[in-house]
Design a protein around this ligand. Structure first.
Ligand SMILES: [Zn+2]
Length: 96
């Protein structure tokens, strides 16, 4: 099931860190590897999966590939989840 597979990809902490690293800025593969603290080869493995699941998209510029969120949908889903976990006060706010 494609939806479960998509969330499954995001359930891996390293992959999720890679996606979050690309949320607000476009990053090169090398920059992502450094930022997340994993080897370049493991990073490129994760990037391939994330790109084929249309979570991230890539663009070649010169010799480097740059990665960013595939579109506003994926960005919104993550932002909503982050808000829900860390910023919503569910004790005082009931039904929307
Ligand atoms: Zn919430």
């Amino acid at each position: 099931m494609e939806l479960a597979e998509t969330f499954g990809l995001l359930a891996d902490p390293t992959r999720l860190s890679i996606v979050i690293a690309c949320m607000e800025v476009e990053r090169s593969a090398g920059d992502i590897a450094e930022h997340v603290g994993v080897s370049p080869s493991l990073t490129s493995h994760h990037l391939r999966l994330l790109r084929s699941a249309r979570i991230l998209r890539s663009e070649r510029r010169g010799k480097q590939m740059f990665y960013t969120m595939a579109d506003a949908c994926v960005h919104s889903v993550l932002n909503i989840m982050i808000d829900h976990l860390f910023f919503h006060d569910h004790d005082t706010v009931d039904d929307p």
